[in-house]
Design a binder for this molecule. Structure first.
Ligand SMILES: Nc1ncnc2c1ncn2[C@@H]1O[C@H](COP(=O)(O)OP(=O)(O)OP(=O)(O)O)[C@@H](O)[C@H]1O
Ligand SMILES: Nc1ccn([C@@H]2O[C@H](COP(=O)(O)O)[C@@H](O)[C@H]2O)c(=O)n1
Ligand SMILES: [Mg+2]
Length: 240
């Protein structure tokens, strides 16, 4: 069936609506062709025996999410799913939405949640692992609510890498990975989006007692020492 992607409007509070209307792309162009039924809430990933164990990784651009995720993968054996990487892969493989995703990333805006969540869902279904590290997601309440609706699960753990803007800008400008959004104009836009949309997500998980806030300045290994306690209940597969 052809399904038009849902509007953001139910999730936008009146006070934020003007800034949000500048931050999100026009939704009308996004349609998805799908025969999938939504996975029922509380039943996890349909094709797998084990209930998924989900960690969301939040933080501004350049706060060190990807860097710390690599350590979590090595130490605790999670499957790393970076929402940004999945979207960049769609651009690289010239998929139906590739050019629209590219324009959205260049503008530092948020890709409609249904697109991103379906990419994440596909990777979760394809993976043999049941421990997922979902990096750069959810970027907004709308992302969060879409995930709950489409995947039918909530995260077990939420990490939030808290980093001063100045430090984030410095790191992104020095990153040198050839990303189209690693330039000062796009970084400013990404920071605006982050400031406008991240806090409600953080507050939501703080209220649920799932949030682990990490001060993301210092040596990478020192930061990882703050990460470890969040995974105290997880098996260590390799001491790093
Ligand atoms: N603790 C740290 N101190 C200094 N530099 C760091 C630290 N952690 C990561 N970096 C560097 O900062 C840059 C950004 O890190 P990383 O890619 O992990 O951030 P990110 O949060 O995933 O960013 P984005 O949201 O843009 O993908 C990289 O070049 C990385 O090597
Ligand atoms: N949930 C998400 C995650 C990312 N994006 C877009 O990708 C850009 C890069 O993301 P990184 O996590 O790799 O920094 C980001 O600025 C967004 O344009 C998204 O839309 N939704
Ligand atoms: Mg990253």
């Amino acid at each position: 069936m052809w399904r038009r992607v849902a509007s953001f409007s139910p999730f936008i509070s009146s006070t934020k609506s003007s800034i949000l209307s500048q931050l999100v792309p026009t939704m009308k162009i996004w349609e998805s062709f799908t025969t999938e039924a939504p996975i029922p809430v509380n039943h996890g990933i349909s094709s797998k025996d084990s209930t998924p164990f989900i960690t969301f990784v939040l933080g501004g651009p350049g706060s060190g999410k990807g860097t710390q995720c690599a350590k979590i993968v090595d130490t605790y054996g999670f499957k790393h799913l970076s929402a940004g990487d999945l979207l960049r892969r769609e651009i690289a493989r010239n998929s139906e939405y590739g050019s629209t995703i590219l324009d959205t990333i260049k503008e530092g805006r948020i890709v409609p949640s249904e697109v991103t969540v379906r990419l994440i869902r596909r990777e979760m279904e394809l993976s043999d692992n049941h421990k997922f590290l979902i990096d750069g997601f959810p970027r907004s309440e709308e992302n969060r609510i879409s995930f709950e609706r489409i995947i039918g699960a909530e995260p077990n753990i939420v990490l939030f890498f808290d980093c001063p803007e100045e430090e984030m800008v410095k790191r992104v400008l020095n990153r040198n990975q050839g990303r189209v959004d690693d330039n000062i104009d796009t970084i400013k836009k990404r920071l605006k989006v982050f400031e406008a949309l991240n806090l409600p997500v953080v507050n939501h998980y703080a209220k649920k007692g799932k949030l682990h806030k990490i001060w993301a300045v210092g040596a990478e290994d020192e930061i990882f020492e703050q990460v470890r306690p969040a995974f105290a209940g997880c098996e260590v597969i390799s001491e790093s």
